[in-house]
Design a protein around this ligand. Structure first.
Ligand SMILES: Cc1cc2nc3c(=O)[nH]c(=O)nc-3n(C[C@H](O)[C@H](O)[C@H](O)COP(=O)(O)O)c2cc1C
Length: 169
């Protein structure tokens, strides 16, 4: 799958089969996350890779509207670390680029994935912190729920010409 094909056919997948994600695929996802662009190449991130389905189910039970974690076989918590910032104020954008890279790489591997918002929702970042033992100075940012897809969603053309302003607004 080439890059444009991956971008245009990716969808959020929230239902997964029981098949675990292979270790070499997880490694590709982590490499994809790690090459994301970041301000000043500061890479202010850490990842918690969750393959223990009991932990994923615990997170599902602890956080509102996270039923996709009932069938996910992989979770990747993208975390921000302000102490790693060279240019303060950019960790959210940097971690977002990371999360998108993971989603696209998962799709290119034939996996399904969805971005679960964690920051800035206390009902979500507090359970993540407690269950995954995330230190106080680290921000749990986004949880990518992933696995082998058990639903088939097509890419959509969402181009809205009214949102495009050529040369001047
Ligand atoms: C910042 C962000 C937060 C999101 N949070 C959630 C979430 O908490 N739960 C969820 O089911 N989907 C979440 N999503 C996925 C969006 O719902 C999804 O991307 C959007 O509906 C478009 O659908 P698509 O990804 O299939 O194109 C999030 C996406 C982004 C970018």
């Amino acid at each position: 799958m080439d890059a444009l094909q991956a971008i245009f056919s990716r969808r959020s997948i929230r239902k997964f089969t029981r098949q675990p994600v292979a270790g070499d695929q997880i490694e590709i996802l982590m490499k994809a996350a790690s090459v994301a662009p970041s301000a000043g190449d500061q890479r202010p991130w850490h990842f918690v890779v969750i393959t223990d389905t009991a932990v994923l189910r615990k997170l599902s039970a602890a956080m509102p509207k996270c039923e996709m974690l009932d069938t996910a076989t992989l979770g990747i918590l993208v975390c921000g670390d302000e102490a790693l910032e060279k240019i303060p104020g950019y960790w959210v954008q940097d971690c977002s680029a990371c999360a998108e890279n993971i989603l696209l790489a998962a799709h290119a591997l034939g996996l399904g994935a969805v971005w679960i918002a964690i920051h800035p929702i206390p009902d979500r970042f507090n359970p993540c912190r407690e269950i995954l033992n995330v230190p106080e100075n680290i921000f749990p940012f986004a949880l990518i729920a992933a696995g082998h897809p058990n639903e088939n969603l097509q890419g959509e053309d969402r181009l809205d010409p009214s949102r495009i302003h050529n040369n001047l607004w």
